[in-house]
Structures are given as structure tokens and as C-alpha cells.
Design a protein around this ligand. Structure first.
Ligand SMILES: [Zn+2]
Length: 166
């Protein structure tokens, strides 16, 4: 997904950042103590779109063409706004990044497999591992819930936004 947009989320959008990572989109999260100017500098230096729920930062000189303001609170509405701005494929690269730190996942080794609960260790179930935090991922109930949401955004983002706005 070379041409996919890359994002930097402000701290208020931490939940959205997890879903963007779940969709396989390269997404970092601003640190809590960073000033608006520092966050903008980071977005510019790394070629990322800054996603923010804070109107103040959009008024910054350096914000032009770099910042997208999203409504605070509703994930569905935030996703709908992003789908309106970018050609986002929510599913093709889903679950290829660590939800916690954005690192691309790799196939898990048999040693990693021993660390997951026994009921998750089915012979054909794919296990992935994050080389940064060592977390092991498998397709359990949490995966299914997130996947369902990504599917709904892929199918009909505009309709979702209408429902949320009513
Ligand atoms: Zn990780």
C-alpha cells in the first residue's frame, strides 16, 4: 500500500489510531506532552496527515494542507470523514500492523505460539508477532469485533455518517 495516506493522530484520537493500524495504515500517535507546534513539525517531517479533534491546531500557520479536523467521539463518523477525504481501503491490508506501536507484524515462530492461550492455538490459525513489543496476535473475538467495524466502513461509509449525525 505504497500510496496509502500516513497519519499522525493527536491524543484525543487514540482509539481511531488503533483502528487505522488495524486497517494496516501507517499511523503514529502524538505524545501527550507535545505542543501543537511540535506535533505539526512531526507531521511535516514524517510526511503524515495530522488528524486532530482540536480546532485550535487547525488555525496554526503550518497546518494548511496538513491537518484534518475530525469530530470527537464517534469512531464511525471519524471513519466516514476520512473515507470522504482519502481513497481508504479498510480491508485489503487489515491486521498487518501492531495496534499498540504501529510496527508491521511478522509470522510468529513456534516459541511465540506457546505464549498464546491454548484455545487460540489451533493448527491452521495464523499467528503474527510484533518485533517491537513482542505481542502475539491471533484472530480471536477481539479481532472479529474490529474486523466487523472495518467491514462496515468499507461497505458504506457515507450511510454510516448519516446515521451518526441524526
Ligand atoms: Zn507492538
Amino acid at each position: 500500500m505504497e500510496s496509502a495516506p500516513r497519519f499522525l493522530c493527536d491524543v484525543m484520537l487514540a482509539r481511531l489510531a488503533r483502528y487505522l493500524r488495524a486497517a494496516g495504515l501507517d499511523t503514529t500517535l502524538a505524545i501527550e506532552s507535545a505542543t501543537d507546534a511540535e506535533i505539526l513539525r512531526e507531521a511535516i517531517d514524517e510526511g503524515r496527515w495530522l488528524l486532530t479533534a482540536d480546532r485550535k491546531i487547525t488555525e496554526h500557520k503550518a497546518a494548511k494542507g496538513r491537518v484534518i479536523q475530525l469530530p470527537f467521539g464517534s469512531l464511525d463518523l471519524q471513519a466516514a470523514v476520512l473515507s470522504g477525504q482519502f481513497d481508504i481501503d479498510w480491508l485489503s491490508h487489515a491486521f498487518t500492523r501492531c495496534l499498540m506501536d504501529n510496527t508491521p507484524l511478522q509470522p510468529a515462530t513456534p516459541e511465540h505460539a506457546l505464549r498464546v492461550p491454548e484455545d487460540a492455538r489451533q493448527p491452521k490459525r495464523e499467528l503474527l508477532v510484533c518485533s517491537a513489543c513482542n505481542r502475539v496476535y491471533w484472530r480471536g473475538s477481539h479481532y472479529k469485533r474490529m474486523r466487523k467495524k472495518l467491514e462496515s466502513w468499507q461497505e458504506n461509509p457515507a450511510a454510516m455518517a448519516t446515521i451518526e449525525l441524526l
